[in-house]
Every structure is written in C-alpha cells, then in structure tokens.
Design a protein around this ligand. Structure first.
Ligand code: ADP
Length: 600
C-alpha cells in the first residue's frame, strides 16, 4: 500500500485517463515556447549592438533586418508552440472534467437511496460541476503558466551571465523581492489565516443560501435579515477575518510585491548609472548600451510572468478545494451488491432485532426492533414524530442498511437480494416522491418502462386521477412543470400512487402523509390507497389513527423502540400509549365536530 499523500494535481490528473500524457506534452511544449519567446530579446540585443557600433553610420549596420526576421520567426514559432501546448492541455483538461462528472455520477448511482435525502441532487451536481470547472482552468491554463514561468526564471539566470551579470542581477533582484513578498502572504501562519478566511467565506455562502431558501418564512413572519442569526454571524465573522487578513497580512507584502513587479527598473537604472563611467573609459560603451537596452526591454516581461504566477498559485489552491469536493461525492457510501444473490421466497416482511444509527448521529434511530408482516397483511407504524417510523420503512427498500439485526423480505435478508429483484418486489410511496419534468405518461411509466399507454391509463384511473387528466390540456401527454400545469400536493401524490399501482409490486411501503391534501383530494387518495394495498403486504406509516383501525397489526414506535404492538382492539384494551393517543384523537375529532356545529 502506498502511504505517501499524493499531490493534489497528480490525483486530479488520474481522471484524465489515456489523455494524461497530453498534459505532459502540453507542458513541455509550453516550456519550449517560453524559450523560443526569449530569443527575440537576444535578437534585440544583437541589433542594438550592431546599430550602436555602426553609429552614426546607421546604414552600415546590415544585419539589423536579419535579426528582425529571426526575432519574428522565433516569436511566431513560440506562439504556435504555445497554441499547440494549450491545445494538448485543453484536450486533457476536458477529458478530466468529463471523467470527473461521469465517475462521480456513476459512483452516486451505487449510493443508497437515503443518501439523496441528506444530499440533494442539486448539491451533488453543484459539487461535481464546480470541481470539474475549477480543474479545467487549472489543467488547461494554470499548469502551463507555472511551467512557463519556471522556464522563464531559469533562462533569466542564464541570461544574467550571458550579457552583463550586474544588470541581470539588478533585474533579478526586483523579481526575487516580489516573489518573496508574494509567498510571505501565503506561507507559515499566514496560510492558516488564509484558510480561516476562505472557510469564513464558505460559511457565509452557505448561510446565504439557507437565507434565500428561508425567504418565504421571513416574508410571512415579517422578519428582517437580523432574524437569521447564522447568516448575520457569518457575515460579521467574514468581514472581521477579511479585514484582519487584508490589513495585517496582505498590506505590506502586497505593496512590496506590486512595487517591484512593476518597477524592475528600480535597481537596473542605478546599476547602469554606476557602470556607465567605466564602460565609457574602457571603450566598451556600445556593448554597455546594448546590454542596457536588452535588460530594459526584458524586465517588462518579468511583471507579466509574475502576474501569471499569482493566478497560477490561486489555481493550485483551487485544486485542493476541487479535490475536496470530488472526494465528498466519491466517498459517498455505496450499497454492496450481494455476491450470491438469493430470491425472496414469499411476500413476508420481517424485522429481526433491527437497530439503526444515522451516520454522524449519536443515538440510534431504531433499536432492537422486531416485527413481522405476513403476506397480504397491513402493518401500520404509529407513534410520535421522530419515533423512527420513516427510518424503519426506509430500511425495506434499502434506503439504508441496518446497523445490526436483519430486515428480511420473503425470508431473505434484503442485503442478500439482488437490488433489481428487491426493487421489483417493493413499491414505495414516500412523502417526497418527486415527479419529473416530463409528461404524465412518462412519470407514471417510470416504475414499469414497458407498460403500454392503456396500462398507464388504467393505473391512473385506479389512482383516482381522472379529474387531473380531464383538466390538463394534453391529457396523458401534458408536460408537468411547464407553464400553467403545476399540480397541487394532493394531485402529485395521486400521480405517485398511480406509479406505484402500475408497478404492481407485491409489497408496498407507503407514507400515508395526507397532511397537505385538501378534503376532496383526501377522499380520492384514500380510494387510491385502497386499490394500491389490496391483496399486498403493506407497511404503512400512519399519521392519523382513523386509517389504522383496520390494520392487521399496529406497531407503536417511540424513540426508536417498539413500545407496544397488536391490533386496534388489543391496544385500546391494554390502556398504554396507543390507548391514550386514541382517546386524544377522539377528543380532537369530537372537538372539531362540535366547533363545526357551533359555527353553523
Ligand atoms: P418519524 O418518521 O417517526 O417521525 P424518523 O424515522 O424520521 O421518525 O426519525 C427517527 C430519528 O432519526 C429522529 O431522531 C430523527 O431526528 C433521526 N433522523 C431521521 N432522518 C435522519 C437523517 N437523514 N440523518 C440523521 N438523523 C435522522
């Protein structure tokens, strides 16, 4: 096993697959192009020397135009190579970005369904897209610039000795000072401050998103931004960190950096003035002026190169955040497919001493839960909010896997059933079952792609959706979500029920959740429920006790434990939690009826 931590860029490059080599080729071309682009400066030096030697007989300097053409040829070939280099790095970068997206999505496809509850699909896509975009800039541009700048500095060192080392050193000194100033902002304890500053920025962005999501609540309750404590604190924290970072860390080094980046002359001119008398005295003034011209022109490219390093180093920082984002997606848990899948032997559902704790949670959401739903029976899960009803139901279609104990379908642990077989066996209708932005036909057919139009229609009728189809302009083919075709919560739920009915699975896991249904919808939904559950094994999360009276078995879950189980008659007779809930429920119904009567 390799223990050493791989460089972030190397890890990102692995995503380039077969095009990884193109990155290296691109970088090599960029290095050569940088060398070629230096040559014109040497030509300028040669031309200047010839001119000065010939002065004032300028026409005697015959090689000047030759040098001009050579410079031109070098410059053009430099540009062509740079272009070719960027082409290579871009091809590799595009492949990397597309592989990051593909591999991320492929990985997420294997994640348990529950993963998508806590990681909205938009968030996952956002993470992958941002990572892919950052990687693109880094691999396509920044790396080439970094290599180019390194080559530039190395060639500056060579040129320093090639012409006049003293003037070369003067140019280099300015560059060195600005690089030191730049890195002093990023290294040591400043790196920690920089990280804190970026973390504060991230927190502020997140709190901002939460705030925007909460705007409806803010408007309804007439609150101000100050009511969003977390957002306000995030802004204040960011502003104090930003101020501290700018004032105490960046002010001096950044000023030094900019001064010396733009002012390589600062040292060059005094050094030249110092050297001039000597050059005059020993008759080498022409060479001296040529050297000076060379360095004066050459120093201008130093500032461009330094600016590129600035961008490139921020690109390198992006690499680690991009990698972090990719890893968040790639580290999502995956459902292990069984190596020797077994087929369920019946439609029985059984929980055997099941415990489950959510990732990052301290207390279990379910502990030692055991119950059986015989084929064709309806089992209702009842209990206070947070009792574990949804969690228990989610374990059957493997939204999550039990932490200990076993959830069995037809006598086989769900983890040992081929996921496709399990999905064929179980239909589930949960509160957040979403409809796609597609036609009603496609939405219903999602559960059984080979179903005919007639079968879809029959399912919709069984789910009491006739009124919905009648009012939609294109009936079955109406696109949901397009202008004017938004469905109410209750209507969406009926379409979701039609989808489950079409699936015709022998086991149904459903969340009664009629919370948002209006009375008209509610009657229809109850009818649809009746069709869906007839003759099947049903595990139902019940919110209102009126719907559980007829259940074969009622399981009362409180704080993850089964506190009671039995039929309605048994439980009301035993005088426990269910009996108390039943009394309260009846009182509430009575109260509602009385107050409605009084209102009449
Ligand atoms: P119920 O459906 O009875 O209201 P749940 O099954 O939703 O109860 O919740 C049981 C417990 O698990 C609660 O304490 C809840 O806070 C916790 N819980 C539910 N979903 C998650 C989740 N995705 N991550 C962490 N904890 C969760």
């Amino acid at each position: 096993m390799k223990q050493e931590k791989k460089n972030d860029v190397a890890v990102l490059l692995e995503y380039a697959g077969s095009r990884r080599g193109l990155t290296f080729l691109g970088l090599a071309l960029s290095a050569v192009s940088m060398l070629l682009s230096m040559a014109p400066y040497i030509c300028i030096w040669l031309a200047a020397r010839d001119l000065i030697e010939a002065a004032p007989e300028w026409t005697q300097a015959q090689n000047v135009s030759k040098y001009g053409w050579i410079a031109f040829a070098f410059a053009v070939s430099g540009i062509i190579l740079y272009f070719a280099g960027l082409m290579c790095t871009h091809l590799a970068a595009f492949r990397t970005a597309s592989n990051i997206r593909k591999q991320g999505v492929a990985h997420v496809m294997k994640a348990p369904l529950g993963f998508f509850d806590s990681n909205a699909s938009g968030l996952i896509r956002g993470r992958l897209d941002a990572a892919a975009a950052d990687t693109e800039t880094l691999l396509a541009h920044n790396l080439a610039d970094i290599v180019g700048t390194i080559v530039l500095f190395l060639s500056m060192l060579v040129m320093m000795f090639l012409f006049d080392w003293r003037m070369g050193a003067a140019c280099l000194l300015a560059a060195v000072i600005s690089v030191i100033a730049m890195f002093s902002m990023m290294g040591g304890k400043n790196a920690k401050l920089m990280a804190e500053y970026q973390a504060a920025q991230d927190r502020m962005t997140k709190a901002g998103t939460e705030y925007v999501r909460g705007i409806p609540v803010v408007k309804i309750f007439q609150q101000t931004v100050y009511s969003f404590k977390a957002f306000q604190e995030a802004i204040e924290d960011y502003s104090s960190k930003a101020e501290h970072y700018q004032a105490d860390v960046c002010r001096v080094p950044q000023s030094v950096n900019l001064t010396f980046t733009e002012g390589a002359f600062v040292f060059l001119v005094p050094v030249a003035l110092f050297l001039a008398p000597d050059a005059l005295a020993n008759g080498s003034f022409a060479g001296f002026v040529a050297d000076f011209v060379f360095y004066a022109v050459f120093s201008a490219i130093i500032s461009t190169a330094l600016a590129k390093i600035m961008f490139a180093s921020s690109g390198m920082m992006l690499a680690s955040t991009a990698l972090g984002r990719i890893n968040q997606v790639m580290e999502a848990p995956t459902l292990e497919a069984p190596s020797h899948p077994q087929s369920p032997r019946s439609n029985k559902v059984e929980f055997k001493d099941v415990s489950f704790t959510y990732n990052g949670s301290e207390s279990p959401a379910l502990s030692h839960v055991s119950f059986t739903a015989e084929p064709g029976q309806t089992v209702a899960l009842v209990g206070p909010s947070g009792g574990g009803k949804t969690t228990a139901a989610s374990l059957i279609p493997r939204f999550w896997d039990a932490t200990s104990g076993a959830v069995e379908v037809g006598g086989v642990n769900v983890a040992q059933i081929d996921p496709h077989v399990l999905m064929d066996q179980v239909a589930f209708v949960f509160q957040n079952n979403r409809l796609f932005k597609a036609s009603i036909l496609e939405n219903v057919r999602a559960s059984r792609p080979e179903a005919t139009r007639e079968q879809v229609m029959a399912a919709l009728m069984a789910a009491q959706c006739k009124d919905i189809l009648d009012k939609l302009p294109d009936g079955l083919d109406t696109q949901i979500g397009t202008e004017g075709t938004y469905l109410s919560g209750g209507e969406q739920q009926r379409i979701a029920l039609a989808r489950a009915i079409l699936k015709d699975a022998p086991i149904v896991v459903l969340d009664e959740a009629t919370a948002f249904a209006d009375p008209e919808n509610e009657v229809l939904i109850q009818k649809a429920f009746a069709t869906l559950t007839k003759g099947r094994t049903v595990i139902m999360i019940a919110h209102r006790l009126s719907t559980v009276v007829g259940a074969d078995k009622i399981i009362i879950l409180e704080e993850g434990h089964i506190v009671e189980q039995g039929t309605h008659a048994e439980l009301t007779a035993s005088g426990g939690l269910y009996a108390r809930m039943w009394t309260d429920y009846n009182k509430a119904v009575q109260w509602k009826i009385t107050s409605e009567k009084e209102a009449e």
